[in-house]
Design a protein around this ligand. Structure first.
Ligand code: NAI
Ligand code: MG
Length: 357
């Protein structure tokens, strides 16, 4: 019996469509080889070009249209000409929030063959799983803009940390750490953010009592940024707020091969709504259209989709094929020091997938 998954594809802007094509080829190829699952892709033309034509990043009933899918596969949104806060809020954040994708899973793992700018660090020492709060916090969109343009102008951007929202992400992270038999590190900033982060730390302490078997650590975000560079092996499973997670995972990407290798999954754990899978990089307008974008991040996010569909065996095979391509070094894009094209890299991943047992 073949299980068919319906995937909504929002390739988006810039290099989004270029890298998504390669991810879809990999998903299809893997499904064909496996024989037990299949994908049905539906494309939505939303993004900045759509905005230029219609004044909207997505259709008014866009969320309704996406609701029935098993997952959303997203490239990148954002392009010069459309303010970034519009492209982000009217599409990406709308989906993350509207579908209550409150968990953002971002692996920071230095694969074999991936470049690392840190000296004296062993490959296996960079192996972290970031669990970022993805629905509220600093990105709650709460605030005001008063007296616009006047001398007394004031803006307020309020962090929103609910007990429910904070507990559920921390508990999710504890569950992951327990399952993986790893430590859990919380990253916050209770010394300066005297309401939100003191609260975060308190909830972390409370929930930790339910998991006496999980070793915990807690760092301030500034110290954590330094330690991720100086002593990355301290970090295994990490839980942090929306903003800190956004920043620290770009830092993590930089020590684990670059943005071209960083993937993220936006998960609604209850599966009431579709989850969304995406490379964490943006639309890279500086290289868009040249066919040289690195598709490995988007292929890695395709592998996260297999994990989510209860097929971690297939996810692991895709990751292994990415690693084979990196190790071989013949077919990598310019960001990794090679001169292969986006489609050559995609084809090479499939070449290795086919070679595997
Ligand atoms: P960016 O991630 O698009 O690019 C940063 C740098 O990394 C650029 O030099 C780019 O060429 C390079 N890069 C990124 N992905 C790459 C890949 N796969 N292969 C090779 N090189 C790659 O970030 P930037 O420039 O800050 O933002 C550009 C646009 O993307 C903006 O409109 C921004 O709002 C949007 N953006 C969208 C995101 C999303 O859709 N999830 C996330 C981040 C930014
Ligand atoms: Mg980011």
């Amino acid at each position: 019996m073949v299980k068919e998954y319906k995937i909504a594809v929002i390739a988006g802007d810039g290099i989004g469509p270029e890298v998504i094509d390669e991810g879809i080829n990999v998903l299809n190829e893997m499904a064909k080889m496996d024989g037990e699952i299949a994908f049905d892709f539906t494309y939505f033309p939303w993004g900045c070009e759509y905005y230029a034509e219609t004044g909207k990043m997505m259709d008014d009933d866009g969320m309704e249209k996406l609701k029935g899918f098993d997952a959303v596969y997203l490239g990148a949104v954002g392009f010069p000409g459309v303010p970034d806060h519009i492209s982000l809020w009217d599409l990406l954040l709308k989906i993350r929030k509207g579908f209550d994708q409150y968990i953002n899973i971002r692996p920071i793992t230095l694969l074999n063959g991936a470049p690392c700018p840190l000296e004296g660090v062993k490959r296996e020492e960079i192996d972290m799983l970031f669990i970022r709060e993805n629905s509220e916090g600093e990105y709650a969109g709460a605030g005001d803009w008063l007296f616009k343009g006047k001398p007394e102008e004031v803006v307020l951007q309020t962090g929103v940390f609910s007990r429910k929202g904070t507990e559920r992400v921390i508990r999710y992270a504890f569950e992951e750490a327990r399952k993986m038999n790893k430590s859990l590190t919380s990253i916050s900033k209770g010394n300066a953010l005297n309401y939100s982060m003191v609260f975060w730390d308190q909830i972390f302490d409370e929930v930790s009592k339910e998991y006496p078997d999980v070793q915990t650590y807690s760092y301030l975000v500034d110290a954590a940024s330094m330690l991720m560079i100086k002593d990355p092996k301290r970090f295994e499973v990490v839980v942090t707020s929306n903003l800190f997670g956004d920043i620290l995972t770009d830092l993590g990407a930089a020590i684990a091969g670059g943005l071209g290798l960083a993937a993220g999954a936006n998960i609604n754990p209850e599966r009431d709504y579709p989850s969304m899978f995406e490379p964490i990089h943006g639309s890279a307008p500086d290289i868009a259209g040249e066919g040289i974008a690195n598709p490995l991040a988007s292929i890695w996010s395709a592998s996260q989709m297999f994990d989510y569909f209860h097929r971690p065996d297939l996810g692991a095979r895709v990751l292994k094929a990415i690693e084979d391509v990196l190790t071989e070094k013949e077919y990598v894009t310019p960001d990794l020091g090679g001169n292969a094209s986006t489609s050559e890299v995609g084809a090479r991943v499939i070449h290795y997938l086919k070679k595997e047992p």
